[in-house]
Every structure is written in structure tokens, then in C-alpha cells.
Design a protein around this ligand. Structure first.
Ligand code: M6R
Length: 609
């Protein structure tokens, strides 16, 4: 949560910061602010609201200077007010900082600083850092930041300026993402790549407890004891076009439509002539892999839903027992993990604090820990023994869409790998799995072509105040995901349930105003039972919307509305059935006039506990 960008170079900093910050707004959008240095004076402008509102309130042109830092906020400590917006300054007004993270010992530090006569002007945890730096400042900013951070407990990505040292930006990170970008005659700091992609694709990933000192032509990195560290410059392959809307009205819609391409990219090179090829990426020898007796998947939100589909695939086809855990719960329990347990962290951003903590805990307990992640070099990838990347490209919309289906693709490939290794499927079955996933991009395209049907449903039902989503097997998680998408972007109360659970309670909610979405592609186990559940809803006057397999006439006879998806292997059907639900949420939110890409109270990556 919260986005940071900093610039030092030859051009005026403020316009670069504004533009970059717009690409980070998915991380927080309740307030924003800027600080630059002009002729030895520290300038600050900040306010509440989204960036385009703030641009009308403050005059960015008045922020002169070729060095600056800026911040978009997602409030954790302190209300959404101008005072609490970043940057924050020290008592002299000559040091400014932007911060993403949470300072856990801020109360103690604040008390100590107040006793030393420091005057606070906000109720944030962040402000203690600027006063702490002031306490240690004797004309050497990197040194003062280093000493201050030695006293700080918690997570931080920091950008710091001092009017007395206008030729440097000092940056630091601990458990919150921060990268350095090396441009032409300019250096950047940012929370995420899209903020600076327009200027450079040469990225340096800061590690925990590292401090960086940037000039306009160089950077140096130190640990908290002042020892210099060597850092590698990585070239990333995302283009600016990848991170822009490309003619779509919203990122969410663009990203829904990018799914066929994203799946294609994700499976490319990993399936050769029907043979699965992820051995090297997994980085484990065959014997250790064969010994794995249990898999635990830790994740949050949408990634947790993909884990549930993964559980279905891995147990059904590779016959490995799988437990799916909310990362936030796993870390505070006493999980049973040993050297034969494989722990998989799934995360789009690779920066979700709970998932990071759960993976660290699993490692501490001796498990082999791998991740499925979309962002190269993110924190989660750096604590993993191996990473299977989803190749979805940058996902900017707060509601996760293409990351979800690419996670499913990777889980499917992983299932094939284990099934082959453990001999749980024949060569013929594996070939058929490979053919099945190869067809998915085209089949997704076919589902996307039915967008008008979901738009029509949104038109009919966007005024509903509640909705139920029901599914079974590999499509129960899709019911959860469909409901989550609807809640997130339209603020309509929606719940996902296993279809058979309906009769144990939720059935009491059903009346003529309740849309019930059945995710009911054909399968050999539960399809008939779902037809029964549809009858039960109809008998109570509920509105039945079904997602069914092309050609299914039974469902058409019973449901009020059917959206058909192409026939596929059942384990792959979730990759198709989720698309109409993503579109339904999108169109509903749009009809209700909601801010689809920046839903209230949410942030793209939840980097706090
Ligand atoms: O980046 P991650 O996949 O770790 O994020 C996990 C959740 O915060 C995320 O999926 C969240 O639930 C999305 N807003 C869902 O659309």
C-alpha cells in the first residue's frame, strides 16, 4: 500500500513525479504529495483525494527543482487529511520523507522525540522518521538516515531529501518494495516498475535493510552498518505499452481481454511436443520432488482462490495431499511442516505482507518453499527456493483478473509435472492435458466474444443489493472468485458457496430479488447435483444465471440466463468459467458509476499486515 517515486536528474522533477505516480495510484489513492528542492529551499505540496483531483488543488508548476520525491497514500495510521498526507518534514522543514510501510515502535519513538521538543504536525507513524533523522543530522544525510533506521522497527520503503544536500536522494527498504531505476542522466526510486518504465528498464532491486544514495548519474547501496554492497542491474522486458490502457476504458477490462495472450505466454516454452518442461525452473532434483508427501499453498484473496483450484488439480491428478491456507492465518498457527513438505506461495505482486511472512515461517520450519508470482524480482521471489513466473505482464487494475488465470495455468503445469514424476497419469493422459491447455487461449477468446451477454446481465441486475455464487469441485473457487470480483468493484454484497452448502443456510436468503449465479460446466461427478440445486433456487423464485458448457440443453431448460463456455477438460474449465464472472462484475460496477480500477478502500498490493 502507498506508492513512492523519486527523481534526480537534469529535468524538472515535478512533472516526472506526477506522471510516474499516476502509474502507482493502484497502490493507494486517498491522498498524494510532492517535495522538491529549489535553490536550497525544500518545497512541499500535498492534499487529499485522487491525483487528478489533487492536480486541481495544488499548482504543480510551482514545484521547481530537478530533484524530488512523491507519494500516493493508502491510510494506515491517521485519517485521510492533508496533514497526514506525505511527504512529512522535520521541525526545521529542511528534511522531507515519503514512506510506505508501518513503523511498529512509532509510539515509543514519538514519546521520546516529543520529550526532546520535536513538534509533530500529523498523526502518522511516518513522521517519527523525519524527526529521528533530524535528531541525527549533522550535514550527512545518508549517515543520519542510517542511524535513524537502526532505531526503527517495522516495514519501510523510504525516500528522503534534505535541502542542505540537494544533489542526493537517500532511499531505504525493509519489508516494503523499493526499486532503483538507472536512467540516462537520471536516477529514480519507485515502489514498482510501471512508475519509471517510461524512463528506464534498468532496475536495481533493493533488499531488506539496505540504504541507497542516488545522485543524478550514480547510485551506491549500503547495509545498515554502512558497509557498501554490490548490486546487480537487471533489464526487465515489460514495455510501456504493457503498462498502459491501450485504448480500453479501464485497466480491468484491458486485463480481462489480455487473458488469451497471457496464458499463451505462460505456457510457452514450458510444454514441448506435449512434454512438460519446468524441471529447471523448479530447481529441485527428481528424488527430492518424488519424496514430497504434502503440499501447502499459502496465499491471499484471489491468489488464495487459485490455490483452491490448484488443490483440486494436484489431488485429483497427481494424487498429492494439498492444504490451502490463508497466509495470514498460517503464519500465526503452529503448522506441521517438514523437509518433505513443499510450500507454495502464490502472489501476483510478490509483495503481499502476509504471504511473505507465511513463506518465511515455512522456510524457518524446514520446508522447501517455491512461489508462483507475476513480478520479477519482487520480495516473494527473492525468498523462494524457486519461482514459477506467471507471464501475465503488469496487472494494474486493483481487481485481479489475468494474474488469476495465469496462476491456474502454472498450477496446471505443475500438476502435470508431478503426475509424470509420480506416475499417476499415463503418457496418453498427459498428452491430452497438454492438448487441453493449448486450446485454452482460443477458447478464452470465444468466451470474450460473448461480452455483450454479460453486459446485458449487468444491465438487468445491477440494482440488486445481494448475489449468491454457487459452484462445485474445481468451480467452487470460481464461485468465490466471482463473488469477490463483484464485491470489490461494484460494492454489491455477494457470497460464494459450494452449491450443496446452499441448503444448509443461504437458501433462506433466496427470493425473487436474488440473482444466483451457478458455475456449472459439465463434469462427471457433480453436474447432476447442480441441476438439482438450480431447481431448488427456482422453486423459491430466485433469478438463475448459469455458466454452462456449450451445448448443454438441460441447464438451458432450467436457468433464466445461460452463458456458454467451450467444452474443455474439467480441470481447465475454471479458466474459462471465471471470465464471464469477471466481465459481469466489471459491467455492473461501470453501470453503477464506480471507479473500477480504484475501488474504495482497496490497494493493489497489501504490503501491511
Ligand atoms: O498480489 P497478491 O496476489 O499477493 O494479492 C493478494 C490479494 O491481495 C489480491 O488477490 C486481492 O484479493 C485482489 N484485490 C483481488 O482482486
Amino acid at each position: 500500500m502507498c506508492g513512492i517515486i523519486g527523481y534526480i536528474g537534469k529535468e524538472k522533477a515535478a512533472p516526472i513525479l506526477v506522471k510516474g505516480l499516476k502509474n502507482l495510484e493502484y497502490r493507494g489513492y486517498d491522498s498524494a504529495g510532492f517535495s522538491t528542492i529549489d535553490n536550497g529551499t525544500l518545497l512541499i505540496a500535498k492534499d487529499t483525494g485522487k491525483l487528478n483531483e489533487i492536480e486541481l488543488k495544488i499548482n504543480i508548476n510551482e514545484l521547481h527543482g530537478c530533484v524530488g520525491i512523491s507519494h500516493c497514500r493508502w491510510a494506515t495510521h491517521g485519517n485521510v487529511t492533508q496533514e497526514n498526507a506525505h511527504p512529512h518534514t522535520d521541525c526545521t522543514g529542511r528534511i522531507s520523507i515519503v514512506h510506505n510501510g508501518i513503523i511498529e515502535n512509532f509510539s515509543e519513538l514519538k514519546e521520546m522525540l516529543i520529550a526532546k521538543n520535536h513538534k509533530f504536525s500529523s498523526s502518522t507513524d511516518t513522521e517519527v522518521i523525519s524527526h529521528l533523522i533530524e535528531e541525527y543530522y549533522t550535514g550527512n544525510l545518508p549517515e543520519a538516515v542510517r542511524k535513524a533506521l537502526k532505531e526503527v522497527e517495522g516495514s519501510y520503503a523510504l525516500g528522503v531529501l534534505s535541502a542542505d544536500e540537494p544533489d542526493i536522494i537517500v532511499a531505504a527498504r525493509n519489508e516494503s518494495p523499493l526499486i532503483i531505476g538507472k536512467g540516462k542522466n537520471a536516477m529514480f526510486i519507485a515502489s514498482d516498475v510501471p512508475a519509471i518504465l517510461e524512463h528506464t528498464n534498468e532496475i536495481i532491486y533493493l533488499d531488506d535493510k539496505e540504504i541507497a544514495v542516488l545522485t543524478k548519474s550514480n547510485f551506491r547501496v549500503f547495509d545498515l552498518d554502512g558497509r557498501e554492497k554490490k548490486k546487480e542491474i537487471k533489464k526487465i522486458s515489460w514495455s510501456m505499452e504493457d503498462a498502459e490502457k491501450g485504448g480500453y476504458e479501464h485497466f480491468m477490462l484491458k486485463e480481462i481481454y489480455e487473458q488469451p495472450r497471457a496464458i499463451e505466454d505462460t505456457i510457452n516454452g514450458r510444454l514441448k511436443n506435449g512434454t512438460i518442461n519446468i524441471k529447471e525452473e523448479l530447481g529441485m532434483d527428481e528424488n527430492s520432488l518424488k519424496k514430497i508427501s504434502k503440499i501447502i499453498i499459502v496465499a491471499c484473496g484471489t491468489s488464495w482462490h487459485s490455490a483452491l483450484v490448484g488443490e483440486f488439480m494436484l489431488e485429483e491428478l497427481a494424487k498429492i495431499p494439498v492444504e490451502v491456507e490463508y497466509a495470514s492465518e498460517f503464519r500465526y498457527r503452529n503448522p506441521i511442516v517438514d523437509a518433505d513438505t513443499l510450500v507454495i506461495g502464490i502472489s501476483q505482486s510478490g509483495e503481499t505482507a502476509d504471504t511473505i511472512a507465511a513463506m518465511k515461517e515455512a522456510k524457518r520450519r524446514g520446508a522447501h518453499v517455491i512461489s508462483i508470482c507475476n513480478v520479477m524480482g519482487s520480495s516473494i521471489t527473492r525468498i523462494s527456493d524457486a519461482v514459477l513466473y506467471t507471464r501475465a505482464g503488469p496487472e494494474i487494475g486493483v481487481a485481479s483478473t489475468k494474474a488469476f488465470t495465469t496462476q491456474l495455468a502454472v498450477l496446471y503445469l505443475l500438476t502435470m509435472h508431478f503426475a509424470k514424476l509420480k506416475n499417476t497419469l499415463t503418457e496418453k493422459q498427459l498428452q491430452s492435458m497438454a492438448q487441453g491447455i493449448r486450446k485454452i487461449p482460443l477458447q478464452m477468446q470465444a468466451v470474450l466474444e460473448k461480452d455483450a451477454e454479460t453486459e446485458e446481465l449487468a444491465h438487468l441486475y445491477h440494482k440488486s443489493t445481494n448475489a449468491l455464487y454457487l459452484g462445485r469441485g474445481a468451480n467452487f473457487p470460481i464461485a468465490l472468485e466471482g463473488a469477490l470480483k463483484m464485491k470489490e468493484v461494484s460494492y454489491i454484497h455477494a457470497e460464494g458457496y459450494p452449491a450443496a452448502e446452499m441448503k444448509h443456510g443461504p437458501i433462506a436468503l433466496i427470493d425473487k430479488n436474488m440473482p444466483v449465479v451457478f458455475v456449472a460446466p459439465y463434469d462427471t461427478y457433480t453436474y447432476k447435483k447442480i441441476l438439482g440445486n438450480i431447481e431448488e433456487v427456482k422453486a423459491r423464485g430466485g433469478i438463475v444465471i448459469a455458466i454452462a458448457t456449450e451445448g448443454d440443453r438441460e441447464v438451458a431448460k432450467k436457468a433464466g440466463h445461460v452463458i456458454y463456455i467451450p467444452d474443455s477438460l474439467y480441470t481447465l474449465s475454471s479458466m474459462l468459467s471465471v471470465i464471464p464472472l469477471q466481465l459481469l462484475a466489471y459491467h455492473t460496477a461501470k453501470k453503477l458509476g464506480k471507479d473500477v480500477d480504484k475501488p474504495r478502500s482497496l490497494a493493489k498490493s497489501v504490503t501491511v499486515e
